[in-house]
Design a protein around this ligand. Structure first.
Ligand SMILES: [Mg+2]
Length: 228
């Protein structure tokens, strides 16, 4: 009888999964606008300063194409080919200005959710990002940071959905709210979450992905909602 009760209790605990929502925030140009630049020297000696995400993606895409690289993140392979890519501004939070449209949402932590920062930055940037959150009054203890180091955010989020499977064979995650400025990352996440046969089997019937695309218009910010 005792065993039966314990099994029952465990079953009830599993049925009453408290976390059903993941809130996922990019950092750069989503939580804060920073003055980070990337300085690049190509193997032919030509130099460039990439002032923002757009210039960064354009440069890396063009260089990857020129060198015949197909990886999602071509940086490591470009470095092997002799490109010098100085990402040191991204190991700190350089001259940040807070994007309050997003941080005002972030700072309220609903009880049924887990909050993540998923940044394409390198791992050594995590400490400064968490310190910055505390500076702007967001409790960093309630935020789990993940540095994808340029790898696919879509793969990272798909893994999060598959983390916990309930007794009915479905994920405990019913809703994902994803705040991001990069269209490249948004396209990747839409593709890996909305059109993924492996995930379809474990997505609850009422599963929702809501992407909030952060865009800057002059000095104002705007959130655009995109769903599957
Ligand atoms: Mg960003």
């Amino acid at each position: 009888m005792k065993l039966l009760m314990e099994n029952w209790r465990q079953f009830i605990n599993e049925m009453e999964e408290p976390i059903t929502t993941l809130r996922i925030f990019d950092f750069d140009e989503t939580i804060a606008h920073t003055q980070s630049e990337t300085r690049v020297t190509a193997p032919d000696g030509s130099t460039d300063v990439l002032r923002n995400q757009k210039e960064f993606e354009q440069y890396m895409n063009t260089a990857a194409e020129r060198e015949g690289i197909n990886a999602f993140d071509p940086i490591d392979q470009l470095v092997e080919l002799g490109y010098k890519i100085d990402l040191s501004d991204f190991s700190i939070v350089k001259d940040p200005s807070e994007i309050t449209l997003v941080t005002d949402i972030m700072r309220n932590f609903p009880g049924d959710s887990k909050t993540y920062i998923v940044t394409a930055r390198r791992g050594n940037s995590i400490g400064p990002i968490l310190e910055y959150l505390d500076e702007i009054g967001i409790d960093s203890n309630q935020v789990r940071p993940i540095a994808t180091e340029g790898e696919s955010k879509g793969d990272t989020i798909a893994n999060m959905i598959a983390q916990k499977i309930m007794p009915d064979g479905k994920s405990n995650i019913r809703r994902i709210e994803y705040y991001e400025d990069s269209q490249r990352n948004i396209d990747d996440v839409l593709q890996k979450i909305c059109q993924n046969e492996n995930l379809d089997r474990i997505k609850p019937d009422d599963f929702e992905l809501i992407v909030y695309k952060v865009s800057r218009i002059d000095s104002d910010y705007n959130l655009e909602e995109i769903t599957c």
